[in-house]
Design a protein around this ligand. Structure first.
Ligand code: ADP
Ligand code: MG
Length: 812
């Protein structure tokens, strides 16, 4: 069968094929287009990446460039710095080199000189070795001059010792120093009552200068006026422990010169006695502060060992004893029990046949430094506050006495002991003839009695056996062999407040009364010595018996008055200051000058008509001296008014009674003397009550000049009547003396110094008038006053005044 193919079919088939081909081509195109688009996309991505990378690279390059610039800059700076340093180093090097060259030259020079010296020395040595004989002569000459120097030195030492003792004696064998402590926290009592508008913790006791204490009594309700007390040295609150000790120091030289020395602190509880004597120690304080707070005892021990260290080695030995006088019993605080622990053991005080006081069996400990002294004291102080036998908690309830006994075996000291023996024998011989020196007589009689107590007198063994027990270098037959022995007693007395004030009862009352009795016994002893009474009551209390050698004889006693400054303790402070003033009177006695005394004795025996007058004058001068010097005197009260000028004061004197006498005459000074004598008789007892009236200041003289050049003037001399007699003054028995009631009046006052007389007072009055006229003040030209505050014996710091009466009528 034939095959017939339809062309249409073929064509259709071809079309179909072609269409198929076209479709596939179109698909391919689409694919290609898609691929193209994708490629475009990738290209765009690549391009943006490339762009980003390029940007980053540019940024990094920029940063790098900046850093490079920075590094370059700092490198440049460092380089320039280094350059300048190099230049400086170069310069330094140059300098060093110059110095080195200089040194080298100098060294060369010096070594040259040294060589020359060595050469000279060698030549000299050669020469000397040539002549040993010459050398020997030189050595002998040197030894000789050394011996001479030693001799001179020894003589100088003796001279110094004599001068030192004279100086200390001039200052007084009994000296009184006063220390006013600062106002402390315990003085402030919250809500404390006030008197006359002033607080009880206000300071009313003040050190106004180196030797005066001012007590402001005006703020109390008592009629007592302000007082001034004078002592050898007055310390204020600002004075350090060192300053206080500086004034005490010379006494230690006296101790090594052969004198017994006693330093005692007196004052009420809390006034600073223990602070002054021992010091205020506290664990919290640094070592330096602790040292600065040390009191007299550690400082004195330090000074003593320092002085001893300057002496030949082993020539001095120091032994220490510590006792407490409690309830009139002497307790040995260094005594030990079987276990070696310290316990207070009761001891007795005895008077030896040589007239000195001694405590048999008292424990003495050898001490080699101030540290050892303080170690013992501290152990004992602990014992005091803890011992069940001692009931008191407050250390001030007993008298605490530390004694350092110095034994000297140096040839100097032995020679001194010999000289002291001779001196004492001289005094003994002289004193037997002296009518007025009972103390010497007493000493002489006691010395001429039996010889020294032998060791067997001592009832038990003591580390310091007799005769070494004997407390002072008193003369003994075998003095050449006996070492020189002196005592330094350091005493912290019990509080001096009275029983009435403390308001205690029972055992505390007994304790206080024992303290009061022992302190008044001390006062009595000082009083007896001051008045040179034949009997000095040392044995009235254990305290005075124990301290007998330190208070009497040629021992040096320093009383350190401790005073609280506040008004609350005014009564106690006045009591302490009064005690000090009385103690000072002991030293005021003139030193025993045998020739003067014998002359006086002779004169009084053979010149009877003048005896009474002289005795009166002597008594008067002595009393004036004592009152003016020893204690603060009462002054008339006044109110100070404002003054227009600086060269005068304005005072309104209150209405008061005075004792006066009028003398008429042409001359002021003799009239003043006459008036003074009349008034002095009055205060000595020439009055209806036959009582002594305390001296006051000032002595005023009202001068009422006569009318013409040759007319007599009237001089009214007056003493202010002390407060205790103001209400009812004793009536004068002398008709020329009268009681004058001075009404309140205002005075213009000019003060001046020196020894006043009619001329000087006239000059001062004229100056005062000039000042008053300058300031337009109204005053009466006559009568006017002249006043004096000082004894004729006071040489310095004298105070005189002239007064002009204010013209009150003019003012009205
Ligand atoms: P007393 O022994 O007289 O009873 P204290 O010596 O114990 O008195 O003194 C009482 C207190 O006052 C102590 O705390 C002491 O430290 C202090 N005190 C005393 N005197 C002074 C002074 N001058 N300066 C500073 N403090 C003082
Ligand atoms: Mg005390």
């Amino acid at each position: 069968m034939p095959l017939f193919i339809n062309r249409d079919q073929i064509f259709a088939h071809q079309v179909h094929l072609l269409e198929h081909k076209l479709r596939s081509k179109e698909e391919h195109i689409l694919e290609l287009e898609t691929e193209n688009a994708l490629l475009h996309l990738r290209l765009a991505k690549c391009l943006s990446k490339l762009r980003h990378e390029r940007d980053e690279e540019i940024h990094a390059n920029r940063k790098k460039h900046q850093q490079q610039r920075k590094v370059q800059k700092s490198t440049n700076a460092t380089l320039s710095k280094l350059l300048s340093e190099v230049q400086m180093l170069k310069r330094d090097l140059k300098d060093v080199f110059t110095i080195y060259v200089g040194f080298a030259k100098e060294l060369e020079e010096q070594s040259k000189q040294l060589f020359e010296c060595v050469g000279t020395a060698r030549n000299a040595q050669d020469l000397q070795s040539d002549d040993p004989q010459k050398l020997r002569v030189q050595v002998t000459a040197l030894e000789h001059s050394l011996q001479e120097e030693k001799e001179k030195c020894r003589e100088e030492r003796v001279r110094r010792r004599l001068l030192h003792n004279t100086l200390v004696e001039l200052r007084g064998n009994i000296r009184v120093h006063c220390r006013v402590r600062p106002v402390l926290h315990f003085d402030h009592i919250p809500g404390s009552p006030t008197t006359n508008g002033s607080s009880l913790c206000e300071a009313v006791v003040q050190a106004i200068n180196d030797d005066s204490v001012f007590v402001n009594c005006a703020k109390t309700s008592s009629p007592v006026t302000n007082k001034i007390f004078e002592f050898e040295r007055v310390h204020g609150p600002e004075d350090s422990q060192e300053t206080v000790f500086e004034e005490v120091k010379p006494l230690l030289t006296s101790l090594l010169d052969g004198y017994n020395v006693c330093i005692m602190a007196y004052g009420q509880t809390g006034s600073g006695k223990t602070h002054t004597m021992i010091g205020s120690q506290s664990e919290e304080l640094t070592a330096a502060v602790q040292v600065s707070q040390q009191g007299i005892i550690p400082k004195a021990a330090n000074e003593l060992f320092k002085l001893i260290s300057e002496k030949p080695a082993d020539s001095h030995m120091v032994e220490m004893s510590v006792v407490e006088v409690y309830n009139n019993e002497v307790l040995d605080l260094l005594a030990r029990d079987e276990d070696g622990a310290t316990v207070g053991v009761k001891r007795e005080v005895i008077t030896t046949s040589t007239g000195t006081s001694e405590v048999p069996c008292l424990t003495h400990e050898l001490v080699r430094s101030s540290a050892e002294v303080m170690q013992l004291i501290n152990s004992v102080l602990k014992l005091r506050s803890h011992s069940p036998t001692l009931v008191h908690m407050d250390s001030s309830r007993s008298h605490f006495i530390v004694t350092l006994t110095v034994t000297s075996r140096s040839p100097d000291a032995l020679a001194l002991a010999r000289r002291l023996q001779n001196a004492r024998q001289d005094v003994q011989r002289v004193s037997q003839k002296e009518w007025w020196s009972p103390r010497c007589r007493r000493a002489a009689s006691s010395r001429s009695s039996s010889p020294v107590s032998s060791p067997s007198h001592s009832p038990c063994h003591s580390p310091c056996p007799s005769p070494r027990h004997s407390p002072c270098p008193s003369p003994r037959p075998s003095i050449t062999q006996t070492p020189l022995k002196t005592k330094l007693q350091l005493v912290d007395l019990a509080g001096s407040e009275c029983v009435g004030m403390s308001g205690v009862t029972g055992s505390a009352l007994w304790e206080s009364s024992c303290i009061n009795r022992s302190l008044s016994a001390l006062s009595d002893v000082l009083g007896a010595l001051a008045e040179r009474r034949p009997h000095v009551p040392y044995r009235n209390s254990k305290l005075t018996h124990l301290l007998q050698d330190a208070i009497g004889g040629d021992a040096k006693l320093l009383i350190m008055l401790c005073v609280s400054p506040t008004q609350r303790f005014l009564t106690e402070s006045l009591q302490s200051l009064g005690f000090g003033a009385r103690a000072r009177q002991v030293q005021r006695e003139p030193p025993r000058r045998k020739n003067t005394a014998l002359k006086m004795n002779h004169f009084l025996h053979f010149n009877a008509p003048r005896r009474t007058a002289l005795q009166f004058k002597f008594k008067m001068l002595k009393a004036i001296g004592q009152t003016f010097f020893s204690s603060g005197l009462q002054h008339p009260k006044f109110t100070a008014q404002q003054s227009k000028g600086e060269d005068y004061e304005v005072r309104t004197y209150h209405t008061t009674n005075w004792v006066s006498t009028a003398v008429t005459g042409m001359e002021q000074d003799p009239a003043l003397g006459t008036g003074f004598r009349r008034l002095f008789k009055y205060i000595q007892g020439n009055n209806d009550k036959k009582c002594k009236v305390e001296m006051t200041a000032p002595v005023s003289c009202l001068i009422d000049p006569g009318a013409g050049p040759t007319c007599e003037s009237t001089f009214t001399v007056s003493f202010f009547i002390p407060e205790e007699h103001q209400a009812d003054p004793p009536k004068p028995t002398d008709a020329d003396v009268f009681i004058e009631n001075r009404k309140e009046s205002t005075m213009f006052v000019r003060t001046y110094g020196g020894f006043a007389n009619s001329e000087s007072s006239r000059e001062e009055l004229l100056k005062l008038m000039e000042s008053l006229k300058r300031d337009g003040m109204k005053f009466k030209e006559i009568p006017y006053y002249r006043s004096g505050y000082d004894s004729p014996f006071k040489l310095t710091n004298r105070r005189n005044e002239v007064w002009l009466i204010k013209d009150e009528e003019e003012k009205a």
